[in-house]
Write a protein that binds this ligand. Structure first.
Ligand code: BDR
Ligand code: CA
Length: 316
């Protein structure tokens, strides 16, 4: 069984990824930690509790902080995810699911200490919670099984950014946190735009999910109407790119991804804020910023047809 803490800002594609994890027999979602981004921290936390209640999840939900480490807040992505973060579908007024008494980063630290070597952190939003956790308790680096991140863009296949020409939204939203998390002493794999924009779910595919998945189909179809319209208006796509589910798919089927190892740094301010840099060579440069960066892994290719087939098989 692959146990995960899912760090997320639901978010339409976050919800799709969480449902993929929940539906997958090999994955146990132990906890859900929330972050701001696609919507405010209040809305992303409400959405996480709503998803837990609606789909009968056992995961504990812990609320994160509401500000990036550099205190420079970006507006919630309401244009992409709707005002409520879930494509403006109707949500119940009251959700009767309790929150964890712990704040997200403390929940991460405590849970990793209780289950050493067993938990993978899958992060698909700003990396603020993970940065606060590893800064507060660096020993969790040895307790985590793996860290899988949806974020960043390394220029493979021409993909360099989606919020600015050179930055992906999750990294741009807290670049200091991203640099801390990526350069901490724990094994990180980054599934960035390089691969998430190779996979596309069309409206016909979503219709098929709607008719074949009794439990999740209609819900996925409903929340993705707003998202698909944004992608169509903005980029002329039929359907949308598959961001957050790619991180879960990497956990389920790493063999359909090609990866590379190297050193990574994040630009934390200026016009290239949020840009992720990758150094693949073994050459040692005598400059501190790079000399201490550990080797981590990035995904550079994926098999999109197999991806969509697996998502369909698990969800349906
Ligand atoms: C990422 O940004 C968010 O809007 C999505 O949920 C995803 O995590 C893609 O850049
Ligand atoms: Ca997300």
């Amino acid at each position: 069984m692959k146990k995960i803490i899912f760090d997320t800002d639901p978010g339409i594609d976050d919800a799709m990824a969480l449902l993929l994890a929940h539906a997958c027999q090999d994955i146990e979602v132990v906890g859900i930690t929330t972050t701001f981004g696609n919507a405010s921290i209040e809305n992303t936390t409400r959405n996480a509790l709503y998803l837990k209640q609606k789909f009968g999840m056992h995961a504990e939900v812990a609320k994160g902080v509401n500000t990036p480490l550099d205190q420079v807040k970006t507006e919630p992505a309401t244009l992409v995810h709707g005002d409520n973060g879930l494509g403006n579908i109707e949500l119940p007024d009251q959700i009767n699911t309790p929150l964890s008494p712990l704040i997200a980063h403390d929940y991460i630290v405590e849970t990793l200490k209780k289950q050493p070597g067993e938990i993978t952190l899958v992060a698909v939003g700003r990396l603020t919670n993970l940065a606060l956790a590893i800064e507060k308790a660096p020993e969790i680096g040895k307790l985590v099984k793996e860290v899988i991140i949806m974020g960043g863009a390394f220029g493979h296949n021409g993909h360099t950014g989606n919020l600015t020409p050179f930055a992906e939204a999750n990294v741009y939203g807290d670049p200091l946190a991203a640099d801390i998390v990526i350069n901490a002493d724990w094994p990180v794999t980054i599934v960035g735009l390089d691969v998430t924009q190779q996979t596309q779910m069309s409206n016909a595919y979503l219709e098929k999910v709607r008719t074949h998945s009794e439990k999740y189909g209609q819900f996925i179809y409903d929340i993705t109407r707003f998202y698909a319209k944004f992608y169509n208006d903005d980029l002329g796509l039929d359907g949308f790119y598959v961001h957050d589910s790619s991180a879960i798919m990497y956990l389920v089927s790493p063999e359909i991804f090609t990866t590379k190892q190297g050193h990574i740094r994040v630009i934390t301010e200026g016009p290239a804020k949020g840009h992720t840099l990758f150094k693949g060579s073994n050459r040692v440069f005598p400059i501190d910023e790079w000399a201490t960066a550990p080797k981590q892994t990035i995904a550079i290719n994926v098999e999109p047809q197999t991806f969509n087939q697996r998502y369909f098989d698990i969800i349906c």
